[in-house]
Write a protein that binds this ligand. Structure first.
Ligand SMILES: [Zn+2]
Length: 444
């Protein structure tokens, strides 16, 4: 296995910062200081007092590691410790979808558990973390629209226990923007008074208050990831997934910096077919009726895609729960058990419904991003901007659009697609938002 950061595409600055933090964390462990609270520097404006703790300084006084913390600006203010360079116990990874937020969080978790260095990829700590089986790394992947308070409380409780591997308890929360308010509060409490060996890694699109509460944000160090350049995405598809260079190049451009999407486009003929159907929309908009037809087609395609993606998991989960509940059992107690089971099955159905809704929204959003790419191509062509098209295979069509609509008309259409995304994000019913968009695209 290569280095744990190998799949974090085009994020060199972030990798440097994370490696440095992992080295600092290892130094803390070597000094045996992690068990004295507060072991780690707490980020945020309210935490100044913690830096003044005279005992705390010893953690960073290891001469071997001194160079890593030698920031001339920060040193004086923090009593010899630069809070920006060392380790901290709460992090937020931000960036556009597909930029690798969860890849970065997972790799950093591995680097913290690495027994050889800062994410060698070879040791048991790295391997089990990357494989998802490390006993001290908990990964929360919300499947529904939100992460509930019950789930969060249980997680926080477990995260407070002593790490069995002797290093860190790491909690990775993907899509932290989907925390309910109550769950966010439960998490905040844990971040405000962190157990000495616990590290929280949150992933969110941005640090906007809509995504992450201001109070949680103020306690975390932020690692911003950028949209990886197409060349970097193509390179990883070739190297890691063995995809032919020309296919990789096309898929990387078409996916607009979304690594996972690029891989799907390169490998999955169904994904390519769905994309082609979406990109056929602009030339089909010949009237009001056609606009409504196109809206229906887009919604139904998203529903079908979502259904296919969750159906298997739904069936497996239900079967597992029924087995666990002893469905089909007879004899004394079986009837009572089944009454309790009905409640649990209902709970599962609720969760599955929420996941299906999320999958539909994600599928629809992918389609809208493809469509936005098309109108973006038309706009750049109308402006004669010297940039490569997103969709090389529909470039001729976008060029024809550019002639017909001019820059202004192309821009209005691009804005209509973006407005549709924003409306759905703001909970407008998808069908209504998509119909409005198609009419706007037709009228220009
Ligand atoms: Zn390692």
């Amino acid at each position: 296995m290569p280095d744990v950061f190998a799949d974090l595409v085009g994020q060199d600055e972030a990798v440097v910062e994370l490696r440095r933090a992992a080295a600092a964390a290892a130094a803390v462990l070597r000094a045996g200081a992690a068990d004295r609270a507060p072991a780690l520097i707490t980020a945020g404006p309210a935490s100044g007092a913690e830096f003044a703790d005279p005992d705390g300084d010893a953690e960073f006084a290891d001469p071997d590691d001194g160079a890593e913390f030698a920031d001339p600006g920060g040193a004086a203010a923090a009593g010899g410790v630069d809070p920006a360079a060392g380790m901290t116990h709460a992090w937020i990874f931000t960036g556009p979808p597909g930029s690798g937020r969860s890849v970065a969080a997972r790799a950093f978790a591995a680097a913290l558990q690495c027994v050889h260095g800062t994410g060698c990829g070879e040791c048991p700590g790295c391997r089990t973390t990357m494989g998802g089986t490390h006993a001290d790394v908990r990964l929360v992947v919300p499947e529904g629209l939100s992460i509930g308070v019950g789930e969060m409380r249980a997680l926080v409780l477990r995260a407070a226990s002593t790490p069995s591997g002797g290093r860190w308890q790491v909690v990775v929360i993907e899509d932290a923007d989907r925390l309910t308010e109550a769950a966010g509060n439960a998490l905040l409490k844990a971040i405000e008074e962190p157990p000495p060996r616990t590290v929280f890694l949150l992933c969110a699109p941005s640090t906007h208050p809509d995504d992450i509460s201001v109070t949680i944000r103020s306690r975390c160090r932020v690692v911003p990831l950028r949209q990886p350049p197409a060349d970097a995405v193509a390179e990883v598809l070739v190297r890691r997934d063995g995809i032919a260079p020309d296919v990789a190049q096309w898929a990387a451009a078409a996916a607009q910096g979304h690594v996972g999407r690029a891989r799907r486009l390169a490998r999955d003929p169904e994904a390519r077919k769905r994309r082609e159907a979406v990109l056929a929309v602009p030339r089909r908009l010949t009237g009001v009726g056609a606009a409504f037809d196109a809206a229906s087609a887009l919604i139904e395609a998203a529903e079908a895609e979502a259904e296919a993606s969750v159906a298997e998991a739904d069936t497996t989960e239900r079967a597992a729960l029924e087995t666990a509940l002893g469905a089909g059992g007879t004899g004394r107690g079986a009837a009572g058990a089944m009454r309790g089971a009905a409640g649990q099955l209902k709970e599962l159905e609720k969760r599955q419904k929420s996941r299906a809704t999320r999958a539909q929204r994600d599928a629809l959003d992918r389609a809208l991003v493809d469509l936005a790419g098309f109108y973006r191509d038309a706009l750049t062509m109308a402006l004669r901007a010297p940039v490569a098209p997103v969709h090389t295979d529909t470039a001729a069509l976008a060029g024809a659009g550019a002639q017909k609509w001019d820059a202004e008309g192309s821009l209005r259409r691009l804005e209509a697609v973006l407005a549709c995304r924003a409306a759905i994000e703001a909970n407008v019913k998808p069908r209504i938002a998509v119909e409005a968009m198609m009419l706007a695209l037709w009228k220009g």
